[in-house]
Design a protein around this ligand. Sequence first.
Ligand SMILES: *Cc1c(COP(=O)(O)O)cnc(C)c1O
Length: 389
Amino acid sequence: MTDYNFETLAIRQGHQQSSFQEHSEAIFTTSSFTFKSAEEAAARFSGEEPAHFYTRVSNPTIACFQDRLAALEGGESCVATSTGMAAILAVMLGLLKAGDHVVSSRSIFGTSTLLFSHYLTKFGIEFDFVELSDLTAWQQALKPNTRLLFAETPSNPLTEIVDINALSEIAHQNDSLLVIDNVFCTPVLQKPLALGADIVVHSATKYIDGQGRCMGGAVVGNKKLVGEEIFGVLRNGGISMSPFNAWVFAKGLETLKLRMQAHCDNALQLANWLQQQASVEKVYYPGLADHPQHTLAKKQQSGFGGIVSFVVKGGKDQAWKIVNHLKMLSITANLGDTKTTITHPATTTHGRLSQEQRDNAKIADGLLRISVGLENINDIQNDLARGMK
Ligand SMILES: *Cc1c(COP(=O)(O)O)cnc(C)c1O
């Protein structure tokens, strides 16, 4: 279906009707598939005759989600995983060995930092962390054994942006691979593979579901890296997605573009409104003209996303006051939901860091992060205004 446009692929790609000719995609909740004969069993197990035989390895509902997301990201292969972290783990286990070196952005999802620095280092993989938007720092951190560069753009919670195309050139000159965590933009707003990245990772838990129901992840890239090497980690390591979750995510992709556009519209309005509030010191949103990478965001992304962060005057006390006067916004660290959520990073997602580490990461005590949902923008603003008053 590759000659269809994005919106069409999001709705129709990957659906393989069963003999019942169902119109909506079916959910195949079965752990195994039967064989007509011993010969068929042997041929399917060996891979000589491709077919689904065990859901840890493959399943029609999971395949539907994988095909659909691969088409939207413009990749040859996609593997679905049990969570977003499982997707990142699968990339690392599939592509790295002891003695390899990785350069990663410092501004990545907190659990990704812990996975790299506490666990993967135990297996002899070495990590260096650099400032996301500083291309010179990336270049200088490279070593002959650097196999992989890892970045998340825009970053969480400060929406910092790196030039994916320039970073891919730095990676490829060193024979390294570039992996981009595309959770914040989704393929609706940003296509890392077209910009030169080798692999895209997702937490489907966020915008792909979009309604805060299921955990899942995915890796997209070429047949060799993703379809063989990373798929092997899933098949043998068992961090596969459940068919029910795959069905939720496949259906989520059908409305992803409309939802992302609505998230972007609400977020831009909220960012502009926040800039006008007397109690707000600074607003972080790539759609604002004073964002340091506003021009790059316009070039690299087709929208600015749904995450807005801002610093309240008066530090933690004033930030907590706003949070505690909310009647509607959900106080939770999840993001990418129809429901607007708010967090105080310094005492939650970044609470395990030292004050110095938080200062380096620019996580101010008065910083609040909002994942702007799809409620009416006036209701979102009124809820925040209550606490500010
Ligand atoms: C949530 C998130 C992850 C991890 O995904 P889970 O589904 O929670 O395992 C990775 N990267 C980013 C940017 C995220 O927001």
